[in-house]
Design a protein around this ligand. Structure first.
Ligand code: GLU
Length: 268
């Protein structure tokens, strides 16, 4: 009887130990430790979560398959700092809804994807210093009676993307309007073009990219929020956060940051 008890306890202990060991051993981070930089170096490449459908920041050209944009150039420059080679970089697609969970899972080392620094998000991730400042605005079809957020009343429909700050903000600024939420910006813009809503709301920086792709649409009104973008890193990894902050400072100091910004962003 006693012997059996010891066996059972031993078995349960082994089970707990093997589960604990298995916890940290999946995904890009590959180890149970919180040292992202160490994991990146061991792996030999940096894995960054970026947008694939956001013109000017992270956009995959369907004809070439190439992903380009301001966020992509920042990711390349970070890979260059770590390895002296910007091609030691893997870009993984994230959406506003999936990015935090992908970082938590260890699927990516960092998020560089038009992500606003907020107090709520700070509970789940570390943020670097601000690397871009945007503000929420509206995109409408040219000639639309909607000229600003004050025109979004009871019988209007606004399109936005799940998991973005834009949804929360618009519900506060225009509480009577109906908000339709989409998975990503490509879907939301397609819906606007199809007349499923009166306006699309997100950061002006993203809306400029859409207006650039289709001149039938324009931004209206002044930005009604502040959206400071930060690079998100695994919660608690202060070492890698400092490393990326130092990298951003260098980029600003050596003129690389301004060069990259003016390559992508015309309206400032
Ligand atoms: N910057 C806003 C946010 O972080 C909107 C852009 C986005 O959805 O990524 O939510």
């Amino acid at each position: 009887m006693k012997k059996r008890k010891i066996w059972v306890i031993g078995f349960v202990l082994m089970l707990i130990l093997s589960m604990a060991a298995g916890c940290g051993s999946s995904g890009a981070n590959g180890s149970a430790s919180n040292d992202t930089l160490d994991a990146i170096k061991k792996r030999g490449k940096l894995v960054v979560g970026v947008k694939f459908d956001t013109n000017l920041f992270g956009y995959k050209d369907p004809s070439t398959g190439k992903v380009d944009g301001f966020d992509i150039d920042i990711a390349k420059a970070l890979a260059k700092k770590i390895f002296g080679d910007e091609s030691k970089l893997e870009l993984k697609e994230v959406t506003s809804k999936t990015r935090v969970q992908m970082l938590k899972n260890g699927d990516i080392d960092a998020i560089i994807a038009t992500m606003t620094i907020t107090e709520e998000r700070k509970k789940e991730v570390n943020f670097t210093d601000v690397y871009f400042l945007a503000g929420q605005s509206l995109l409408v079809k040219k000639g639309s009676p909607i000229k600003g957020v004050e025109d979004l009343k009871k019988d209007t429909k606004v399109l936005a993307v799940k998991g973005s700050t834009s949804v929360k903000n618009i519900k506060e600024k225009a509480p009577d309007t109906e908000v339709l939420e989409f998975e990503n910006y490509a879907e939301a813009f397609t819906a606007l073009k199809a007349g499923q809503g009166d306006a699309l709301t997100t950061d002006n920086s993203i809306l400029y990219g859409m207006a650039d792709q289709d001149p039938n649409f324009e931004l209206v009104g002044k930005p009604f929020t502040e959206e400071p973008y930060g690079i998100a890193i695994k919660k608690g990894d202060d070492k890698f956060t400092k490393y990326v902050n130092d990298f951003l400072k260098e980029l600003k100091k050596n003129g690389e940051y301004d060069k990259t910004k003016s390559k992508w962003i015309k309206e400032q």
